[in-house]
Design a binder for this molecule. Structure first.
Ligand SMILES: [Zn+2]
Length: 232
């Protein structure tokens, strides 16, 4: 697995905002791989709020090109809390988004990021429902572990850390780079690319990419490559 390496780094970004384009240029420069979780009902929507971190969404016709070096996954059709929906609506929100995205990018969509913050983000019932009734193979939560252990349940996959904790991200990177593990370890980072606008952290993110990239003993892959293609 992972080309015979025991460490993997992967990224996950939600909401399909146009800042993804700048982020992807950076990731590509350093040979890093990410998964982008998209709401297909919102493609092309424009943020007129005037905020510092505009939430303009990518357009459907650009999706295949923008994300071509990375993985596209589902973030549901319209971003509801899945834990508040009927079974029928959960199925619709996920399957319809999978179909729309698949049509645009030309491959099967197997990943999901649960939409929405706080306690309503996910629960055991929804995870089991997704496991039994959809073709989703892994689903990411918003709960940071600050660790590198393998996920216990791929349908409730907890990330290591979110990008707004940039200082801690660097600390964990140092630890991860020094690690000589005997079992597989994953450094899993998630966020939204508009957070780099909000926190003026584009330069810091570039430094992070520089630090974490280029290590011979680390595999750099999309979520799918790290979690499915090579691990389980
Ligand atoms: Zn979201």
């Amino acid at each position: 697995m992972w080309n015979n390496k025991l460490k993997a780094v992967t990224f996950s970004f939600d909401d399909g905002v146009t800042q993804d384009i700048r982020l992807i240029e950076m990731l590509d420069k350093y040979g890093l791989k990410a998964t982008f979780n998209l709401n297909s009902a919102f493609f092309g929507s424009v943020d007129t709020s005037g905020r510092k971190d505009p939430r303009n969404k990518v357009r459907a016709e650009e999706v295949a090109k923008i994300y071509e070096n990375h993985e596209i996954a589902s973030h549901t059709l319209t971003h509801p809390y899945l834990t508040t929906l009927s079974d029928e609506d959960i199925l619709y929100q996920i399957s319809q988004d999978q179909n729309n995205l698949s049509e645009l990018c030309g491959y099967d969509i197997v990943g999901l990021a649960y939409p929405g913050g706080g306690e309503k983000n996910n629960n055991a019932y929804v995870a089991d429902f997704i496991r039994k009734n959809t073709s989703i193979k892994y689903a990411r939560t918003i709960t940071s572990t600050y660790g590198f252990g393998l996920p216990q349940d791929l349908l409730r996959l907890d990330p290591t850390i979110q990008i707004y904790e940039m200082d801690k991200m660097f600390e964990l990177a140092e630890r991860f780079i020094d690690l000589k593990p005997e079992t597989p370890q994953i450094y899993y980072i998630w966020g939204h690319s508009y957070e780099f606008d909000l926190n003026d952290s584009w330069d810091n993110m570039e430094k992070f990419c520089e630090v974490i990239s280029g290590h011979d003993d680390i595999f750099y892959g999309t979520n799918r490559e790290v979690l499915l293609d090579s691990l389980f």
